[in-house]
Design a protein around this ligand. Structure first.
Ligand SMILES: [Mn+2]
Length: 343
C-alpha cells in the first residue's frame, strides 16, 4: 500500500488520464460520508473522469439539499444495485470514503466490492484502517473525511480552483463531523480549510440552516420524549445513556437520521464523560458511543460492540434484544469502572 500522505507527488499521475472511478461510502451515511463523496464526485467528473457515487443505503433527509445529491446511487434499491454492480465491473479505480474497512458497507455490498479487480484508494480518518488498498490517504488527526478530500483536491486541481458546490458539500462534512467545531478534532488546519472553502464561495450560514434548522416536528417531539423519559444518568460512573425501542421510534414516525446527535445530549450532562445511545434496529441494537478527554471509545466499541471509530466518537452493534443489550452495556460500564472514573 502506498501512503499518499507522505508521497503526495504520486497523486496527480493517478488522475492524469480519464478513468472510470467508483466512489463508495459507509452504511447509514452521514453528512461527512455524503459531503466528502459528492465533493470528490463533482471534482473528478469535471476533470473528465466517469464517476459513480455509491452508498449502501439511503442518507438522511437533512442532506437532500446537497448539490448533485441525485447522483448518489443506493445499493438497497433494485436500480441502484444494478448500477453499482455495473460500476464495480467497469471501473478501474475504487475510492473508499469515510470508512476504514469494506465490512462497513454491509455484507452484500462488501461481497460485491471484494470482487473488484482494479486499483483502490482509501480516503479516511477512522482508526485502524485496512491495509490492503493500493493507495491510502489517511489521517486520524483529520476532523473529517471532507477535510482530507479538500487537501486531496488541492493536490489534483491546479490552482486550487475548488468550485462553490464542492465547497458547500465539503463544509457540510466538516461542520457535522466536528459537531459545529466543538469537538477536539477541529484543528487549526480544519479552520484553514474552511477559510479556503469561504474563498471558494462557501455560504456557511446557508449550509448550517439546511442541515440544522430543518427539524421535523416528529423529530423534535422524539427528542423531547428522549430527554424527559429515556435518559439515564449513572453519576457514580460519569456515564449517561439512552435506550430507544422500535416502539418508541414508531410512535414518533422515525425516519433515518432523526436520532442523529441525541447521544451528545447525554454527554452534555454535567460531570458525564461517557455517553451511549442504544437503538433497536430490527434484530439488533445499534450502539453510538461518545466520550470526553482521553477516554477511548474506539477501543470500547471494538472490544465489546463489534465496531470502532474515533477516540471520542464510535459506533457498533449488539445482536441482542434491547433489554439484553442494555444489560450488556451496564456490564461493560461496571467492568470498566476504573477507566470511567479516572478519566
Ligand atoms: Mn467522518
Amino acid at each position: 500500500m502506498k501512503d499518499l500522505r507522505s508521497e503526495s507527488h504520486l497523486i496527480p499521475e493517478i488522475f492524469e488520464l480519464p478513468r472510470r472511478i467508483l466512489l463508495t461510502t459507509h452504511k447509514s451515511p452521514d453528512g461527512d460520508a455524503i459531503g466528502s463523496m459528492l465533493g470528490l464526485f463533482h471534482t473528478l467528473t469535471e476533470m473528465g473522469h466517469t464517476v459513480t457515487a455509491a452508498a449502501p443505503d439511503n442518507f438522511p433527509a437533512f442532506l437532500n439539499w446537497m448539490p448533485g445529491i441525485e447522483n448518489v446511487r443506493t445499493f438497497d434499491t433494485p436500480e441502484g444495485r444494478i448500477e453499482i454492480e455495473h460500476a464495480v465491473q467497469v471501473s478501474d479505480l475504487h475510492i473508499s470514503l469515510d470508512y476504514n474497512a469494506l465490512q462497513r458497507l454491509g455484507e452484500a455490498m462488501q461481497q460485491l466490492c471484494e470482487t473488484f479487480t482494479g486499483e483502490s484508494l482509501l480516503i479516511d480518518h477512522h482508526r485502524e484502517p485496512c491495509t490492503t488498498y493500493t493507495y491510502s490517504y489517511h489521517s486520524i488527526d483529520a476532523s473529517s473525511t471532507a477535510e482530507l478530500v479538500y487537501d486531496f483536491i488541492s493536490i489534483i486541481l491546479p490552482g486550487h480552483a475548488i468550485r462553490t458546490d464542492v465547497a458547500q458539500c465539503l463544509y457540510a462534512g466538516i461542520v457535522t463531523d466536528t459537531g459545529s467545531f466543538r469537538f477536539p478534532s477541529a484543528s487549526a488546519h480544519t479552520l484553514r480549510v474552511v477559510a479556503g472553502l469561504k474563498e471558494a464561495g462557501l455560504n456557511h450560514a446557508e449550509v448550517y440552516n439546511n442541515i440544522f434548522d430543518t427539524n421535523s416536528l416528529d423529530r423534535l417531539r422524539l427528542l423531547g420524549y428522549v430527554l424527559s423519559s429515556k435518559l439515564t444518568v449513572l453519576p457514580e460512573f460519569n456515564t449517561a445513556y439512552i435506550c430507544l425501542s422500535a416502539a418508541d421510534l414508531e410512535r414518533f414516525q422515525y425516519k433515518p437520521g432523526d436520532s442523529e446527535g441525541f447521544v451528545n445530549y447525554a454527554l452534555s450532562v454535567e460531570g458525564v464523560q461517557f455517553a451511549c445511545l442504544l437503538k433497536e434496529n430490527g434484530s439488533e441494537v445499534r450502539i453510538s458511543l461518545r466520550s470526553k478527554g482521553q477516554l477511548d471509545v474506539n477501543s470500547l466499541a471494538r472490544q465489546y460492540f463489534s465496531g470502532g471509530g474515533h477516540l471520542n466518537a464510535a459506533g457498533g452493534r449488539l445482536p441482542l434484544p434491547l433489554a439484553q443489550a442494555e444489560q450488556t452495556f451496564l456490564e461493560v460500564v461496571h467492568h470498566n469502572r476504573s477507566l470511567l472514573t479516572n478519566s
